[in-house]
Design a protein around this ligand. Structure first.
Ligand code: UD1
Ligand code: CA
Length: 448
């Protein structure tokens, strides 16, 4: 889609986001495991944008940091004097840029690449483009079209007269134009309006004066939703989850109850894997074909191999790789551990900072004691090893291939290949002790 002119995006994110009542800047709140701003950036990139400028408030260093980390160029808008003023703040960053630019907001997680692509295409035909949708909500500026269906003007609701307020075509806040023309027009803006702000919405008027017309691209209101409060954040999350589930189903992922499965934007579910009800995916998960994630499991930062079975009630944490045909059962936690082909940990275990060799069997209650309160240590378990139930493996420690560890052992030293290691007191038996004990107790009771 990167044909034609070079494309830049100016993402406005200097608003205070007061209604979130949060220490975290609004655009860094997460939707499907990715900051809202990240969704906008991904959408403009998918529409062929190669340069992104993010307009931020002076105090929002964390937003600039995120933007930089994602390959965008942050700029500071010293004071929030309006959307037009914000767009102009991007000018120095794009001084050397001679292509077309799209202006959009940083708080619209549901915006689709197609909207930006359509805006660029309409701009190429008409000179400029804005995006509009149907709504009666007084929060939005009104889009007044002329007889040719091109833009005549945008009027903010507060500045609109009775007739203009009746118009239900609303401004989404997305605008495509030649970048240098846009900055020239933005610099000419006046703030003689109800809010004493420099309105981006007045830019088309400046363009018109220069003989440049503006097309109206229509979109759906749902896709243009801005997040301003927690309720809207939750609504955006719900919509994004619906989209991700639908995508997964289209991609031949099996799900019994998709409405109970929570995905991240970057979750990779290969065709023909199966996800049972109530599974939560954090960031960075890949599930290969033929794997099955059983109910009530939580996975993040891991790779689940072909034919593996995880759960029910399993927790897989970052840095874990479960190779093909691995079985991880109920109440097993795996962290930063490679579990090699066909190995099994079926019940109640903690495997952290470890390597579990192919076909090894980890008994119920096995714990890798990987932390001494200061540092983390590694455990190596060889191929085909058998770790008896309720074993504590005190790391650093290595269990050789094919070795067996007796149940209930506390293993502090390495175990040789094919050896048996047992660490427990010898069993003692006192004949008839239990019967005598009961007789004594019952006699005491009768006396009372
Ligand atoms: C704006 C539009 C309105 C449109 C609506 C859609 C104008 C004048 N009005 O109104 O026509 O229907 O969006 O949601 O453009 N921002 C800055 N710096 C500023 C001001 C705003 O970065 O100085 C950013 C905010 O972070 C926000 C976006 O621009 O992401 C929109 O600003 P906001 O004040 O919410 O615009 P609205 O009044 O909602
Ligand atoms: Ca405003």
């Amino acid at each position: 889609m990167a044909d034609g002119e070079q494309k830049a995006a100016i993402i406005l994110a200097a608003g205070e986001g007061k209604r979130m009542k949060s220490a975290l800047p609004k655009v860094l709140h997460m939707v499907a495991g990715r900051p809202i701003l990240g969704h906008v950036m991904a959408a403009v990139r998918a529409a062929g944008v190669s340069r992104i400028v993010v307009v931020t408030a002076p105090q929002a260093e964390s937003v600039r940091e995120f933007a930089r980390a994602q390959g965008a160029q942050p700029v500071v808008q010293d004071r929030q004097l309006g959307t037009g003023h914000a767009a102009a703040a991007a000018a120095p960053a794009l001084e050397d840029f001679s292509g077309e630019a799209i202006v959009t907001y940083g708080d619209m997680p549901l915006v689709r690449p197609e909207i930006f692509a359509a805006s660029f295409a309409a701009r190429a035909r008409r000179g400029m483009a804005i995006v509009a949708f149907r709504s009666k909500n007084p929060a939005y500026g009104r889009v007044i079209a002329d007889n040719d269906g091109l833009l005549d003007r945008i009027v903010e609701y507060r500045d609109a007269n009775e007739a203009e307020r009746m118009v239900d075509l609303c401004n989404a806040g997305i605008m495509a134009a030649d970048a240098q023309s846009l900055f020239r027009w933005a610099r000419r803006l006046k703030n003689d309006n109800a809010q004493h702000e420099y309105y981006l919405t007045d830019v088309p008027l400046m363009a018109k004066a220069d003989g440049v017309r503006c097309a109206i691209v229509t979109a759906r209101e749902e896709d243009m939703m801005g997040v301003n409060a927690r309720s809207e954040l939750a609504a955006a999350e719900a919509e994004m989850q619906k989209r991700l589930r639908a995508q997964a189903l289209d991609n031949a992922v099996g799900m019994t109850a998709p409405e109970t499965v929570f995905l991240c934007s970057d979750t990779v579910l290969e065709p023909d894997c199966f996800i049972e009800p109530y599974v939560v995916f954090g960031p960075g998960v890949t599930v290969r074909s033929g794997a099955r994630i059983r109910a009530f499991s939580h996975l993040e930062g891991c790779d689940v191999g072909k034919g593996a079975i995880v759960g029910p009630y399993a927790r897989i944490r970052p840095g874990s790789v479960l190779e093909d045909d691995v079985h991880i059962g109920n109440f097993v936690e795996v962290k930063k551990t490679r579990v090699e082909k066909g190995a099994k940990a079926n019940h109640l275990a903690y495997l952290g900072d470890a390597r579990v060799g192919a076909r090894a069997n980890i008994g119920a209650g096995t714990i890798t004691c990987n932390y001494d309160g200061f540092d983390k240590y590694e455990t190596g378990i060889g191929a085909g090893a058998f770790i008896g139930s309720n074993t504590a493996l005190v790391a650093p420690v290595k269990i050789g291939d094919g070795a067996i560890v007796g149940a209930g052992s506390v293993i502090t030293g390495d175990v040789t290949k094919d050896a048996l290691a047992v660490e427990r007191n010898e069993q003692r038996e006192i004949e008839n002790w239990a019967a005598r004990f009961r007789a004594r107790k019952q006699a005491e009771k009768r006396k009372k």
